[in-house]
Design a protein around this ligand. Structure first.
Ligand code: KG4
Ligand code: ZN
Length: 363
């Protein structure tokens, strides 16, 4: 199916953000017509982490209202849409089912094509929301739920080049902040404290840097921080030093692995190399500056989408849906919700990095 202009409603509900957005995709490029996000940070604050049942319930409470608002903002009726897309995984299954069912209901009722989108594909395409970015490019996706290098070769053509083997980097920031008594979300809190700290005060480990390849590991770092905290009394300067040293260690790991990824990635040829960082941790100014410097050194153009499209949003899901519709890739209405859904099924099967009991959102 080839259409000149596609107007697609996207729905996202895989973690703790309920979101709905409308994107227009035409020969002139991408335009985000509306973009609504409702965060659940307050609902989960009491529990120190996302509680799946509470998340699913909150998505169900809000999804209809958000979809109405997204259509109103875009000035469109359902009948004017070209299709409806929703995240079908990976993520917390109760939440995914809420958004997926809403999208299927609208598509069925209005006789529109439906697209089941992989949340990671949404992130992979998200830099294309804010400007021209031709395929292929190298992406570091680094958030609370995901931490991986992806060669984005084209629509539906992704190669996972490396991934965390345990916690995502954002998760390490969050868990470390929690054990230091800092408020959620942990990343911004640690970055703030780190400004007055000495990043060389404590030598935390740099897991897996001594090994070849692009896989990463962050759970040991959190344990090292716990040991350090228990070893002496805390005072404001020591807290700042621990934060700065922790941030230094995470940054060193991500930057060194990014350098290796850039050296391996040849997509686009030497004249057209692009390195993109997305996900909530991409907000970290220290990390961002160092990635940018590393990219420049290795001959890469550097891009980081604006914060609102780094963190979970529905515009990226609508864009993935629109690109899939344009390529004739609509989904059946019985497409399942998938707690785990690797973007690059081949690499995941050949080299599974997750053991039993770990959540699929990171894979
Ligand atoms: O992309 P996102 O909103 O949600 C997930 O898909 O996980 O990312 C949230 C994560 C949290 O772990 C948060 O602590 C981290 O991004 N984060 C940061 C910063 N801002 C947010 N980490 C480090 N430095 C920051 N400034
Ligand atoms: Zn995400």
């Amino acid at each position: 199916m080839m259409q000149d202009t596609l107007m697609v409603l996207g729905i996202e509900s895989s973690c703790d953000e309920t979101a709905a957005a409308v994107v227009r995709l035409s020969g002139e490029g991408v335009e985000v017509l509306s973009d609504r996000v409702a965060s659940q940070i307050e609902e989960h604050a009491l529990y120190g982490g996302v509680v799946p049942e509470i998340a699913a319930r909150a998505h169900a409470d809000r999804i209809d209202g958000l979809i109405t608002l997204a259509l109103e903002d875009a000035g469109l009726d359902v009948a004017e849409l070209s299709g409806v897309a929703a995240t079908a995984g990976p993520g917390l299954i109760g939440g995914v089912m809420v958004g997926l069912s809403a999208a299927k209901g609208i598509a069925l009722g209005a006789g529109l094509p439906f697209v089941a989108v992989n949340h990671l594909e949404g992130h992979a395409l998200s830099p294309r929301l804010s400007g021209e970015l031709p395929f292929p490019y190298l992406l570091l996706l680094v958030s609370g739920g995901h931490c991986q290098f992806i060669a984005v070769n084209g629509l539906g053509d992704y190669q996972r080049m490396g991934s965390t083997i345990d916690d995502a980097a954002g998760e390490a920031f969050d868990k470390t902040a929690k054990l230091l008594g800092l408020p959620a979300p942990g990343g911004p809190a640690i970055e703030r404290e780190a400004r007055t700290g000495d990043p060389t005060a404590i030598r935390f480990p740099r897991p897996l840097l001594d090994r070849p390849g692009l896989d990463m590991s962050f759970s040991g770092l959190k344990t090292a921080v716990r040991r350090e905290v228990q070893s002496q009394d805390m005072n404001p300067q020591r807290l700042a030093d621990v934060c700065a040293s922790f941030q230094r260690a995470v940054t060193d790991c991500l930057v060194e692995k990014s350098r290796r990824a850039m050296q391996l990635f040849a997509g686009g040829g030497p004249e057209n190399l692009a390195f993109v960082v997305a996900g909530g941790v991409a907000a970290n100014a220290v990390l961002r500056a160092e990635l940018e410097a590393a990219a420049a050194e290795l001959g890469y153009a550097f891009q980081a989408p604006p914060q609102k499209w780094c963190t979970d949003n529905a515009a990226m899901i609508a864009l993935a849906g629109a690109e899939r519709l344009r390529a004739g890739l609509a989904s059946p209405l019985d497409a399942p919700a998938r707690p785990r859904w690797p973007l690059d099924e081949e690499s995941a099967a050949a080299n599974p990095v997750y053991g039993a009991g770990l959540k699929g959102a990171k894979a």
